[in-house]
Design a binder for this molecule. Structure first.
Ligand SMILES: Cc1cc2nc3c(=O)[nH]c(=O)nc-3n(C[C@H](O)[C@H](O)[C@H](O)COP(=O)(O)O)c2cc1C
Length: 214
C-alpha cells in the first residue's frame, strides 16, 4: 500500500471503521504509527490552538497498567501500541478561557481521535476509542501526574485486527435531525430529501455488505 497517499475514500473509511478489541500478535511498523500521527497532526482545532499531546505507549508494563486503570479492560494490553490522547489545557485556555478547556479542547481532541481511527481503518489497522478509565491512575502511568495542564482524554489501542465485528446499530436520521430549530420540523417534510435518504439507507446497507466481502 502507498502510505503517503492512502487508498480509500472517506465514506468507505467511515463505513468500514469498527471498534476493534481483538488484535493479532503482530507489531506495528514505524510507518504505520507515523501515518496515524500524521493524520492526527492535520486535525482542525479552535483558532488552530492544536491543544493536544499524544503519548505513544509501546512498553508492555505500561500498557498493562493502562488496561487495568481502564476498569480492567484487559483486551487493551494485547494491542502493540496504545495512543494516549491528552488535552493540553494550557494551550486550550489561551484566547478562549474556560470555554477553550471545557468545550473547544474536548471537541478538538475528539476530532483528532476520529482522524486517527479513520486513517487506521484505511491502513487495515484496528483501533478503539477508550474513554472509560481512572484519570488519576492513567496520569500516573503516563508520567504526567505533576503536569496539571495535561489531561488524558482517551486511550486508543491500535493493532492488526483479529476479527472485524459486525456494525453496531445507528439511530435513524430523522430521529436526531431537526430543520429550522429543535423539534420544529421533521427532516422528512423536506420534499425529495426523504426519498433520497431512503435510497441512501439501502445503498449504505448494500455497501457495508460488499465491504465485508472484500
Ligand atoms: C467517548 C467514547 C468513549 C468510549 N469508551 C470506550 C471504552 O472505554 N471501552 C470500549 O471498549 N469502547 C469504548 N468506546 C467505543 C464505543 O463503545 C463504540 O464506538 C460504539 O459502541 C459504537 O461501535 P463502533 O465503534 O464499532 O461503531 C468509546 C467510544 C467513545 C466515542
Amino acid at each position: 500500500m502507498n502510505f503517503l497517499t492512502g487508498n480509500m475514500d472517506v465514506i468507505e473509511a467511515i463505513l468500514r471503521r469498527r471498534s476493534i478489541r481483538k488484535f493479532e500478535d503482530k507489531k506495528l511498523k514505524k510507518e504505520e504509527v507515523g501515518e496515524l500521527l500524521r493524520a492526527a497532526r492535520w486535525t482542525p482545532s479552535a483558532g488552530n490552538t492544536q491543544p493536544w499531546e499524544i503519548i505513544v505507549v509501546r512498553d508492555v508494563d505500561i500498557k498493562e497498567k493502562l488496561a487495568k486503570a481502564s476498569l480492567e479492560q484487559d483486551w487493551m494490553k494485547k494491542a502493540p501500541v496504545i495512543l494516549a490522547i491528552c488535552l493540553n489545557e494550557d494551550l486550550a485556555e489561551r484566547n478562549y478561557g474556560d470555554r477553550g478547556i471545557d468545550l473547544y479542547g474536548i471537541q478538538s481532541t475528539g476530532a483528532l481521535i476520529e482522524n486517527i481511527l479513520l486513517r487506521a481503518t484505511e491502513m487495515g489497522l484496528g483501533a478503539c476509542w477508550v474513554g472509560s478509565f481512572d484519570e488519576t491512575q492513567v496520569r500516573t502511568f503516563l508520567s504526567c501526574e505533576k503536569e496539571e495542564d495535561i489531561r488524558p482524554v482517551a486511550l486508543v489501542p491500535v493493532g492488526h485486527p483479529k476479527k472485524i465485528p459486525e456494525t453496531t446499530p445507528r439511530r435513524k436520521l430523522h430521529t436526531f435531525t431537526h430543520v429550522d430549530g429543535y423539534g420544529k420540523k421533521d427532516l422528512h417534510d423536506w420534499k425529495g430529501l426523504k426519498k433520497y435518504l431512503r435510497k441512501t439507507r439501502s445503498e449504505t446497507q448494500k455497501l457495508i455488505k460488499s465491504l465485508k466481502k472484500k
